[in-house]
Write a protein that binds this ligand. Structure first.
Ligand SMILES: *Cc1c(COP(=O)(O)O)cnc(C)c1O
Length: 474
């Protein structure tokens, strides 16, 4: 090994052109934009230069090895070429993980979306008449059939749905809401602030834990536009509490000639209690109780694409549809394609539960999860040897996404304790892979929950852990 001065080393840094013809960069560069390849070479050379400048003299010539710098440049190029938004493996057991994209789409929804994306479509064309049609027509009849409402409209997300409804129906007037329902949903959606945005004046009634029908009755004035109920979808008030049943609120409002709006948040179309889950109010129940407008998300318990769904009385839906703001909150064609296919699955509840990943994961059987976890643990033990201890343990998954708060879904966890690295280092290494794997850490162990894994992801997890812990590439 030759010993060189710092200046000599800097002078001997390879030129970009030399790296371009060196493996593995040459192969990695095939088919990639020249500017990206050059940028990756420059970055690799800059990194080495910085290391030389940081290092003590005399430096080692190894740092200048063209092959090693080409490896570095190839790695940088691979990272730069990878989509920034990409698939991850969710081993957290949080089904509606907002940071990981909430709902996964059913296969038919993905297929319908791809078909509409690649070709022209009848987005706003009535094929029967050849005249201009409505983009909402593709899902409105389905929503009417599934919920029992008179009419429906869809927008970008449920926050947009609430904002649009309040703006169209209550601007400059008063909206009465219980103090127990002034909720904040993740991402700074606060009911009071959305009302202010919509130009409606908030009239709070009752107390945090108790609101009675009489509180609403006394607050109604000639300035009242509507009574609002917000489903406290992401928390529960327990203990000494009272909330007014929706049907009672509707009776009062209708006596006074006012509409009731019900913001359900995580709207469900099936009775989850039939699958051993706690009951969440269904959209159908709100419509049947007489709510004039019901709003809910497309990508919470419904298991579809991000969307805000509004169902209710035809005359009110028409007013909302015609409002200027609707144009700004408009739903796009890919979302519509995915939403239509998802809603079609609900025409047969069995298909919905089997094919919509969110529902399939939430209703997965305890036995099935135990077997899946045991199989994963066996495979990990076989491949990791002494590098880690692997066990299974009873644990809990969460619905997430502000749905089913406080509900713990029984699951079986795979519990991994690495022998030679810290559990934090292992978690980070898995998270930083080309296909990141997200897991939980608890009591100095890495926990993998099989509930949120897609078919075949166990194999990827085993390979990743083997590469990380047992130091073998294949
Ligand atoms: C989640 C939620 C919202 C916001 O819905 P997004 O689809 O996330 O915009 C509004 N209201 C309630 C009650 C919610 O639970």
């Amino acid at each position: 090994m030759t010993v060189l001065t710092r200046d000599e080393m800097l002078r001997r840094l390879p030129a970009v052109s030399l790296l371009l013809n060196t493996e593995p960069l040459a192969s990695e560069a095939a088919g990639k934009a020249q500017a990206e390849v050059t940028a990756a070479c420059r970055q690799a050379i800059d990194e080495v230069r910085a290391e030389i400048l940081r290092g003590a003299e005399p430096g080692s010539e190894e740092l200048l090895d063209v092959g090693a710098i080409a490896v570095r440049a190839a790695r940088i190029l691979a990272e730069r070429s990878r989509p920034h938004l990409r698939r991850v493996i969710n081993a957290t057991g949080v089904v509606l993980h907002t940071n990981l994209g909430r709902s996964l789409l059913a296969g038919v929804a993905v297929a319908n979306m791809a078909a509409v994306a690649e070709s022209y479509s009848n987005l706003e064309l009535d094929l029967a008449t050849g005249e201009r049609g409505s983009r909402y027509s593709h899902v409105e009849d389905l929503l009417i059939r599934l919920t029992g409402a008179e009419a429906a409209l869809v927008v970008n997300n449920n926050a947009a749905a609430v904002l649009l409804c309040l703006t169209a129906l209550a601007r400059g007037r008063e909206v009465i809401v219980s103090r127990g329902q002034l909720v904040e949903i993740g991402g700074a959606f606060r009911v009071p602030e959305v009302m202010e945005q919509g130009g409606a004046r908030l009239v709070e009634v009752g107390t945090t834990n108790k609101t009675h029908l009489d509180d609403y009755a006394r607050a109604i004035s000639e300035n009242t536009a509507l009574l609002l109920r917000v489903h406290t979808s992401n928390y529960r008030i327990i203990g000494f509490t009272a909330a007014v049943p929706l049907a009672d609120l509707v009776r009062l409002a209708h006596e006074r000639g006012l509409p009731v709006m019900d913001d359900l948040g995580s709207g469900v179309l099936i009775d989850l209690e039939r699958y051993g889950l706690p009951g969440e109010p269904t959209v159908q129940a709100s419509v049947a109780a007489g709510a004039d407008i019901v709003t809910f998300s497309g990508d919470k318990l419904l298991g579809g694409p991000q969307a805000g769904i509004i169902v209710g009385r035809r005359e009110l839906i028409e007013r909302i549809r015609r409002h200027q703001l609707n144009r700004a909150l408009r739903i796009d064609k890919l979302t519509l394609a995915a939403l239509e296919a998802t809603l079609r699955l609900y025409l047969d509840e069995k298909s919905a539960v089997a094919q919509i990943p969110t529902l399939a994961m939430l209703t997965a059987s305890a036995d099935g999860l135990r077997e899946r976890a045991a199989a994963l643990a066996r495979s990990l033990r076989a491949h990791l040897g002494e590098a880690a201890s692997v066990e299974t343990a009873a644990g809990h998954s969460a619905a997430g996404g502000g749905a089913l708060p406080g509900v713990e879904l029984a699951t079986t966890l795979v519990v991994i304790r690495p022998a030679r690295v810290s559990v934090e280092a292992l978690e980070e290494a898995l998270r930083r892979r080309a296909t990141p794997i997200l897991a939980r850490i608890q009591d100095d162990a890495l926990l993998l929950d099989v509930r949120t894994l897609r078919d075949g992801e166990e194999g990827e997890i085993v390979r990743a852990l083997r590469e990380t812990l047992a130091g073998r590439q294949n």
